[in-house]
Design a protein around this ligand. Structure first.
Ligand SMILES: [Zn+2]
Length: 169
C-alpha cells in the first residue's frame, strides 16, 4: 500500500525515493506484526488477510470455492451484508487514522483512493472521513475532496507511465 504525494504538480519522492510509504504509518504499537518488522502499520489493518480474518466463520462470503477475496467482501458490503459492511467501515476508519496524519502534514486538497477497497465508495469513505476529523486539525480538512479513483486496477499503470513520461523530458 503506497501513496503518490503530488506537491505543486510534482511527485514528491523524498531524499531516497521512499516518500509515500503510508502503509507503514504506525497506528498501534501492539498491533499485528507487519512485513516491515514493525507492529500495527496501517497496511496490516487494511490488508486482505486481516480483513478476511474479521469475517465470521459462518459468513456467506467465506463459502465460495478457494475462499474469499477483498473483492468478495466489497461486493457483499455493497449488497447490504452487515458483517462485510462492518469490515469495510473498520478499514475506512484505519485509513482515516493514517490519512489524518498525512492531512496534518500536507493539508491536501484531494485524496484519491485506488485499489479494490475503494470500490466500496461511501461505505469506505464516510468512516474514513470521520476518523480523519477525529485525528486532524479541522483546518487541514476544510478544502479536502476525498474520492474513489476512476482508473480501477489500471491506476498504478497510469501512474507509472505518467512518471516515466516526466522523467523522459
Ligand atoms: Zn510496516
Amino acid at each position: 500500500m503506497g501513496a503518490g504525494i503530488v506537491l505543486s504538480g510534482e511527485l514528491f519522492r523524498g531524499a531516497g525515493g521512499t516518500a509515500g510509504e503510508i502503509g507503514h504509518i504506525a497506528l498501534d504499537p501492539r498491533g499485528p506484526v507487519c512485513r516491515c518488522g514493525n507492529r500495527g502499520c496501517l497496511e496490516t489493518f487494511v490488508g486482505a488477510s486481516y480483513l478476511l480474518d474479521m469475517l465470521p466463520q459462518n459468513s456467506e462470503v467465506n463459502r465460495g470455492p478457494g475462499g474469499a477475496r477483498v473483492s468478495d467482501i466489497v461486493a457483499a458490503a455493497l449488497t447490504g451484508d452487515p458483517g462485510c459492511r462492518r469490515v469495510v467501515a473498520e478499514a475506512g476508519s484505519a485509513l482515516g487514522q493514517g490519512m489524518a496524519i498525512v492531512a496534518n502534514l500536507f493539508n491536501p486538497d484531494r485524496i484519491t483512493l485506488g485499489g479494490g477497497l475503494a470500490e466500496a465508495g461511501d461505505l469506505l469513505l464516510e468512516p474514513m472521513r470521520r476518523a480523519m476529523e477525529f485525528g486532524s486539525l479541522g483546518s487541514a480538512l476544510r478544502d479536502l475532496i476525498l474520492v474513489s479513483g476512476s482508473l480501477g486496477r489500471d491506476a498504478s499503470l497510469y501512474g507509472a507511465l505518467w512518471t516515466a513520461s516526466r522523467v523522459a523530458r
